[in-house]
Design a protein around this ligand. Sequence first.
Ligand code: GDP
Ligand code: MG
Length: 637
Amino acid sequence: YPLELIRNFSIIAHIDHGKSTLADRILELTGAIKKNEENKQVLDKLQVEKERGITVKAQSASIFYHHNNKDYLLNLIDTPGHVDFSYEVSRSVAACQGVILLVDANQGVQAQTVANFYIAFTSELTIIPVLNKIDLKNAKPEEVTEEIMTIFDIDPDSILKISAKFGTGVDDLLKAIVDRIPPPTNCDRSAPFRALLYDSWYDKYKVRMLILVGVICQIFVVDGTISVGDQIQSHHTGKSYEVKNIAYLSPDERPIQKLLAGQVGILSANIRETSEALIGDTFHLKGQKIEPLPGFKEPTPMAIICLVHVVTCNNYLQVYAGIYPIESNDQLALKNAIEKLTLNDSSVKLSVESSNALGQGWRVGFLGLLHMDVFNTRLEQEHGTPVVVTTPSVSYKIIRRIVRNIPKQKSKKATVVKEEVEEFIVNNPARWPEDAANIETYEPMAKATIITPEAYVQNILPICEERRGEQVDIKDLDSKRVIMVYKFPLNEIVVDFFDELKSVSSGYATFDYEDAGYELTDLVKIGIKLNGNLVDELSFIVHRSKAQVVGRKICLKLVETLPRQLFQIAIQAVINSKVIARETIRAVKKDVLAKCYGGDVTRKMKLLQRQAEGKKRMKMIGNIEIPRNTFIEVLKK
Ligand code: GDP
Ligand code: MG
């Protein structure tokens, strides 16, 4: 495939606007997969993706397409749409020259449509605007065209209209991909080999079957050629490897001998350590001196690497939680599982942590709670390592000022006043400093965009206010919808704001946010005591104005979530050692077995078994059983 016949593109859209369905149709129309009823979201390979019907990881497929008497190679990269996964979107566009901007013809432009548009726009990619679901009775193509025109300044004549479900218009879309998107730019096949590593993962099955050792790398070849048997070297680590396999995804793996500049594909090369396959790294031939591809940064602070621009994703938009194995002897298995998943997702931050009650574990930073939830589900489903997750927290900035009187030299009485300033980040409430008088606390802020039908504005205003939101802007988007811009403290919106927004707007409002820096604020730590013992894993940070209310709420929530035990449990919320709220859970009197009439052995066995299964979902803290979802549940409304 000469460069002129290659097109690399991805599909970007708000969630549920039909990306995965469109990918299926494109694969069918070009013969990459057979047309049949079973082909539902073939690129969504992970179990969590199938169960929840959302795309979590970007997946790729190479497609062969005949047009104008020429054979084209189209490389399609499917991207996730949820706000938590925008990192994957940026990564996908790094290997692309164009995108399909898909908009549901009934729902119109939504918050993530806007966010994704800007990722593509600032990367200077060709954008093909497409209205999807025109088969729907209530599709409003004229209205949505108008919207796209005003919001994105896009020429209405360039907008295509399709039904991904029925395949209408998808042929014309394929033609537009070839006609409008340029072939890979800045590629030189006669130059020394250079490739961008833009994704990598670990194939457990293949390793077990001894087909392969180590990590699979997805690469975009920018210059030169790479063949099986070549020695490649990582620019970043300096380590070199022999290329064992090369393949393209169609979407199944098809082994090939080499890849040329402009192409994307996967390779394996006995890269064993997850830390050796860093997203954004440049591969070159062993021993050759080359310019690294632009944009590589150490994963912390995290950077999203694109060929054309660099987006730095700041740490402070992350949500942190402690992750611990349910059984302490699963420690090593969990370590391996976490390493494999993070290899694949460098937006996850990782450090070791330990807790008195839960033992040895990890502090893990995510882009949001859905991201966290999906990560934990994958740990359990794909690696068989269920976990306990502690109460999530954002990362706060603390400035500590200590004034010291230092005696002047020579003179015994005179002193100089010296101020020492120390700045640090706390993302674990257990590490909150106790010298309240000396510290200033800063919390991370988020600038949020909410798009909603006008009718729900009255419901949304109070929930924004309750979460300490500050209105920045509110204006009409079109005749029926309003766009609201708010500044929120991040910790007020990470846990369940999106759920609440959906429920007060009958599911119509959409939401996206970006970072807005740190702001000085007045925060306190609320500790939770169970029978007088501080359970630091349950403690959390709140704004002082809310301490009383939230303390009470958490106590009540614990009464609801903690199972009754054989003894009474006193729950107290404390600030320093002052009790601000308390509740009690009464003891259960009867043993579960007391319910069985003597002699019925099977019934007794069943009950015992059920009790044992229930225990697996529990964690003992002191002598109290805590269901493992308690830590997150307490923060929800
Ligand atoms: P994604 O989240 O953007 O990947 O969206 P999906 O491809 O998973 O589609 C979301 C839902 O919209 C699914 O129930 C699809 O069947 C449906 N859908 C997608 N395209 C069309 C279309 O052209 N017409 C209709 N009526 N439904 C569609
Ligand atoms: Mg999808």
